[in-house]
Design a binder for this molecule. Sequence first.
Ligand code: CA
Length: 529
Amino acid sequence: MRLTALALTSILGTANVVAQDRPNIVFLFSDDLTAQAISAYRCGLDLPATPNFDRLAKGGMLFENSFCGNSICTPSRATVMTGLHSHKNGIVHLGGVLDPDLPTWPRALHQNGYTTAIFGKWHLKTKPVGFDEWAVFSGQGSYYNPDVFTKDGRRRIEGHSTKVVTDLALDWLQRRDASKPFLLMLQHKAPHRNWKPSLTDLALYRDIQLPEPDTLFDDYEGRVAAANHKMGIDAHMRLGSDLMLFRDAAEAKPLARMTPSQLKSYLGAFADENRAFYADPPTGKALVRWKYQRYMKNYLRCVAGVDRSVGRVLDALDDAGLSDNTIVVYCADQGFYLGEHGWFDKRWAYEESLRMPLIIRWPGKVKAGARAKAMVQNIDYAPTLLAAAGLKPDWDVHGISFLPILTNGGATPEGFRDTIYYRYIDGGHGVARHSAIRTDRYKLLYFDRPRNEAEKKHRWELFDLQNDTQEMHNLSLSSEHEQLLASMKERFAHTRKFYGDTDESVWRAGRGKRYADDAYLRAPRKRRK
Ligand code: CA
């Protein structure tokens, strides 16, 4: 016999029924999926449409100015979980390990009556805490036939990771404890480097030429640190391990994880294109253009898989009658370069990688099709999502709840932040350590560890985002902008102080503490011959 809501009230008391009225949360996360690749964003180049992201945006609110505080996977993820910038949550670089004792918003939801689960790319090294169920990848995970770690050990699941993660999540959704509100985190590996789309998507975009960004052949004039990058499509993107350009199956070692039938289909899909390349190999700018096309097509094919996953989740919520009381959040851990400035990868405080796509649907609470302009950051997710569940973080967070923006049609509340803070410390891909602030119009970058004499002389970069959307003109070098530079420097010092960030705090945060269970999620190392 099914109990009616009224009967439940009398048995369990009012509090429990109130708990059931709290919204469910589906948190859709992907890795390196940049706003320029989502057609609802309408920013950057005219790239292929993403119908399911657009469907989500049509039903919810799109944040035009959503940013990360440290544009790289592990640090951004730790910030999303804790509501704290890197120097405070301890994960300042890619190799950081999340302290399992740190409070997080999923854990707070779990402690307050939510049933919780996470599937896919976790990348915070220690075991997930605060989840009834988890099945996560080790580190970056694998595109094909990923190993999935659970409380009960490790198993390999055949298929493409985007579909594998979606299947796991939707299976849990069906068999969850339906007496509680739920949090479901579905976190894709795609479209992270080294781009390997699903076999289903390999024919997409084959016969079209994608448009190129204006800055594909940037000369970095006035931006000394940028010139010393190691993330160029030209010099640093590899034909084999990045672009999967192989003469034959014997060369295709980066695809070794595939089954023989997967490998055959994969190589078959590129056979004509690869043969044409080797028959008349392009050089110089023509080679950069060829690499750009191959890179972008594989990246966007990975995005198409994530888009399809978003559609499957929205359909599943509809089918289960859950859509009305479920908040669906879509975001990625940071932005990415799709050839802008000649780059792939992320890390910089320049717009493309600073930006995090963020779309939130909550029928009846969030105005459908709205676009918010306020500058929100990944430090805000913890307080916002807890506020949506009627809770407050019981720890100090750097972020602020933007629930009022969600429930007020996207309008920016009076007194909302006018400056965001950024600090990148990792140092990989030749990207010099730097901090930054951004207002609605200007951005200031400061390079605190110059690596040569030229960088020493050019520690500051200043951009006018209104008149220079591509950030090509460093105004810190112009005498006309001395006053603006001085006021931005003052704002920078104030913001840094506001968040309590010092060189000492970063050093302390990044000491590399070890935790008891941080080896569990590591795949066994292959022995070197
Ligand atoms: Ca990432």
